[in-house]
Every structure is written in structure tokens, then in C-alpha cells.
Design a protein around this ligand. Structure first.
Ligand SMILES: CC(C)(COP(=O)(O)OP(=O)(O)OC[C@H]1O[C@@H](n2cnc3c(N)ncnc32)[C@H](O)[C@@H]1OP(=O)(O)O)[C@@H](O)C(=O)NCCC(=O)NCCS
Length: 170
């Protein structure tokens, strides 16, 4: 476990579902309106703010937790590409990152990403891809990701979400 000054990073478990959903709701509903139309968010947020059970049991999804056991951030990676489950040797996929609005800019996201990178390297991953929200492009750029192209990501309910496909060699 990474010990930082005011939060620690640990592997998430299915028991974290409601705390992770709380962070996703707080983060996406407060931060995403800066870049997306209200109509798009009304359609996608009910889907994207639910903790993903498969990620919670993957062993490669992480939470940032305070000393008082409050979950303030989440994110992870998988071998499977989100959407179609495709697996390509040496390629990992960044999944479902969020930091609670009260905690942004305090290295929560970077710390979770570093845990992802360490674990992925150990598992033979050579590059990460990420479907980034328009909000998070600057965050992923700070982590060393480069834009491949703009994309429209089809969400579970069919709604298309303007996003950016990014890649970083690790
Ligand atoms: C994107 C997000 C996870 C970043 O989390 P965070 O905990 O605030 O990020 P950190 O504090 O670890 O920042 C890491 C680096 O990214 C930079 N960064 C973070 N957000 C940024 C932004 N919006 N624009 C430019 N740079 C940004 C920081 O300056 C920092 O740089 P440094 O380490 O070189 O000083 C958070 O803003 C969020 O939850 N956004 C809304 C949900 C979202 O879009 N999630 C991604 C879905 S793909």
C-alpha cells in the first residue's frame, strides 16, 4: 500500500461499490458540465456514475482512501478494451478515473495512475490506451499521454459521448 500524507491507495473490492458510486457521482456531476452540454450529461451520467462491478473485482482497480476511511478517488486498468472486451497483447486500458471535487489537484489521480502503471508493467503491459473525457485531457497529458484522435464513445444506453483516445507507452 502506498502511504501518502493524507490518503493511501489500495486495491478496490466489491464492498467499495457504494463509496465508489458516491465519488463518481460527485466528480462527474460537478466537473463534467465545464465541457459537456447538459442534455448529453443527463443521458450519460446515470450510466457512468455507477461503480462497475467487474472493475471492482478485477484486482486492478484502485481507490484513494483517507485515514478516516473516506474514498476520495478511484481508477484502474484492464487488459480488456472497454466496450468490446478485446484483448491485445501488451496493451492495457485505463478505466473509470474520478477524484472527488473536494480533492482535485492533490495528486489523488496521479497516485492512482502510478499504482496502475506499476501493476500493468509487472503484467507485461507496454502501452496504455485511454478513452478520456474532454475534461481529463489535461490530466492525462500531465501523465505523459498523447492524443491519437477524437472519438465518439457509445455508452451502455446508446448515447454517444465526445471523447479523446489517448496513448502512453509505459
Ligand atoms: C481528471 C481527474 C481524475 C484528475 O484528478 P486529480 O486528482 O485532480 O489529478 P491530480 O491532482 O493527480 O493531477 C495530476 C496532474 O494532472 C494535472 N491536471 C489535473 N487535472 C487537470 C486539468 N483539468 N487540466 C490540466 N491539468 C490537469 C495536475 O496539474 C497534475 O500535474 P502535475 O502532477 O504535473 O503537477 C479529476 O479532475 C476528475 O475526476 N475529473 C472529472 C471526471 C473525469 O473526467 N474523469 C476521467 C474520465 S476518462
Amino acid at each position: 500500500m502506498d502511504k501518502l500524507s493524507d490518503f493511501t491507495i489500495r486495491v478496490a473490492t466489491p464492498q467499495d461499490a457504494s463509496a465508489v458510486t458516491t465519488v463518481l457521482k460527485a466528480s462527474y456531476s460537478v466537473l463534467m458540465p465545464a465541457k459537456y452540454d447538459p442534455a448529453i450529461l443527463e443521458a450519460v451520467l446515470p450510466v457512468t456514475t455507477q461503480a462497475n462491478p467487474k472493475l471492482l473485482q478485477s484486482g486492478t482497480y484502485y481507490v484513494a482512501e483517507t485515514a478516516s476511511h473516506q474514498i476520495v478517488g478511484c481508477g484502474g486498468w484492464t487488459h480488456e478494451r472497454p466496450g468490446n472486451g478485446e484483448v491485445e497483447s501488451g496493451l492495457g486500458h485505463i478505466r473509470h478515473f474520478a477524484t472527488h471535487p473536494d480533492w482535485i489537484g492533490r495528486s489523488v489521480g496521479r497516485s492512482i495512475y502510478e499504482a496502475c502503471e506499476r501493476a500493468a508493467r509487472a503484467a507485461g503491459v507496454k502501452a496504455f490506451e485511454c478513452f478520456s473525457s474532454l475534461n481529463a485531457e489535461g490530466f492525462y497529458a500531465a501523465l505523459g499521454f498523447e492524443m491519437i484522435r477524437r472519438v465518439e464513445v457509445r455508452m451502455g444506453n446508446g448515447q454517444m459521448l465526445p471523447s479523446i483516445l489517448l496513448r502512453r507507452y509505459i
